[in-house]
Design a binder for this molecule. Structure first.
Ligand code: FCB
Length: 471
């Protein structure tokens, strides 16, 4: 190690020591079923849209799939060991709907329930709180065959699935998230087609799917509450503070439209009980039928909002997704392996944006992290991902600052626990705080994971006080 690198690490570790979070602040790591589990047809699991989509030539950068991924289905104990070694007290994961209900509706697969029983029991014995997400993009293919999120009935099937999952696990799981990132799975799945099911139907596709997804959320909330009265129920949105690329009124208007599509459409619906008027007007010819009580259903009160945040959005007028007509501008700066600008302030800005405009009871940063090029384990047994370690300290400083200013953010989940299948990027852009050797399945906690774990441990041991990293 050069003395320069050595110094940089010392400075970073000193900054990590200075971080102060509110008492009880939760530090965890997040994953999603399709990205880690593998075992796509083990023990009665049904086919999902991602199982199907990955077989389409050309859609995944390295022609890979989640067929094996981290083999978490067989190695969940290794992943709990990693959480434990880092001293994290919470784990956000998703159920594969098709493990529990292979066709999306109807018959229940007891083997699928048994798998998550084992996972949950082992998490709890390790003192790690499970944060369960019902839907992280792997729709049952059988429901896709009936229209997927274009079909309003999918929302009802989702609520029935929520009943099955909460009955099975609600005695032990108290943190429930309905959907992960409806903007992404609706728009990348149905408008631009980069994600499963791969439809390129433009804005109309995104709008129709997102209404039904939000309806699914709204129908599921009371179902979860009924089965698990002491549950905390939330939804996870991917949000970006949107900035216009210039003072030009056309760029300002484009940024406002993008903000309307990605942020306000979802937040207004859940927190204000109606879609934003400007977006209803813009989408006028593209909307699915919205029934009289849909708005009230979608606005069922929630206990926390999960925010996934990776970047800011700088927008100019352009031609993408008419009538949204925006184009993303990339300001000069540093970019991650998936081309996201590294801009730590994004997390502070989005926390204030959400708090100022919607005042959720509680906010959790449900995902934040950075992609790099694939890494290797060095001879000394380390993965020196200094860029990622710096990213976490930089972003956690911004979270701590927002919390100190009164924003009710009470948790942070690193994306992601282990290197895994990153959707259309395959395995080419790892996000993990733990390295996975995909030939041997050996897990190695990276430098970022060591620093992050120490931040979690120091916050846990002496709340409200500055404590010593590695002391
Ligand atoms: C989010 C997804 C998550 C992962 C990260 C990098 O949009 O929720 O599954 O792909 O991005």
């Amino acid at each position: 190690m050069t003395s320069n690198t050595d110094n940089n690490r010392k400075v970073l570790e000193a900054r990590a020591k200075e971080l102060v979070f509110p008492p009880g602040f939760v530090f965890g790591a997040a994953t999603a079923a399709y990205q880690i589990e593998g075992a796509p047809d083990a023990d009665g699991k049904g086919e999902s849209i991602w199982d199907r989509f990955c077989k389409v030539p050309g859609v995944i950068a390295d022609a890979s799939s989640g067929d094996i991924a981290c083999d978490h289905y067989h190695r969940w104990r290794d992943d709990i060991a990693v959480l434990n070694a880092m001293g994290l007290s919470a784990y956000r994961f998703s159920f594969a709907w098709t493990r529990l209900i292979p066709d999306g509706k109807g018959a229940i697969n007891d083997n699928g329930i048994a798998f998550y029983d084992r996972l949950i029991d082992d998490l709890l014995s390790a003192g790690i709180e499970p944060y369960a997400t019902l839907y992280h993009w792997d729709l049952p293919q059988a429901l896709q065959d009936r229209g997927g999120w274009y079909n309003r009935e999918t929302a009802e099937h989702f609520a029935a699935y929520a009943a099955v999952a909460t009955r099975a696990f609600g005695d032990r799981v108290k943190k429930w998230t309905t959907l992960n990132e409806p903007w992404t799975f609706c728009w990348s799945g149905y408008a631009s087609g980069e994600d499963a099911p791969g439809f390129k139907d433009g804005t109309k596709g995104g709008v129709i799917a997102s209404h039904h997804a939000l309806l699914a959320h709204g129908l599921a909330v009371p179902v979860i509450r009924q089965t698990v009265p002491d549950a905390a129920v939330g939804i996870v949105f991917d949000l970006n503070v949107t900035e216009p690329a210039s003072e030009d009124p056309r760029d300002i208007a484009a940024a406002r439209r993008f903000d309307g599509a990605q942020n306000r459409w979802f937040l207004d619906a859940v927190f204000k009980g109606s879609y934003p008027q400007d977006m209803l007007e813009l989408y006028a010819d593209l909307l699915p039928p919205i029934h009289a009580d849909d708005n009230a259903t979608i606005a069922a009160p929630i206990d926390y909002l999960g925010v996934n945040i990776y970047r800011r959005s700088v927008m100019a007028e352009g031609e993408e997704l008419a009538p949204l007509n925006f184009q993303r501008v990339s300001p000069e700066g540093t970019y991650s392996a998936v081309n996201y600008e590294i801009w730590p302030r994004c997390i502070y800005d989005i926390l204030h944006y959400v708090n100022d405009n919607y005042a959720p009871k509680e906010i959790v940063i449900s995902e934040n992290g950075v992609a790099t090029a694939p890494e290797t384990v060095s001879e000394d047994g380390h993965v020196w991902d200094d860029q990622r370690a710096t990213y976490y300290v930089d972003h956690l400083e911004q979270v701590a600052k927002a919390a100190s200013e009164g924003v009710p953010v009470n948790g942070y989940f690193a994306w992601t626990l282990t290197d895994n299948f990153e959707w259309a990027y395959g395995y080419s852009t790892p996000f993990g705080i733990t390295h996975v050797d995909f030939h041997t399945q050996v897990r190695t906690i990276k430098y970022s994971g060591e620093i992050y774990g120490q931040i979690a441990q120091q916050a846990r041991s002496i709340p409200m006080m500055k404590t010593g990293l590695g002391r």
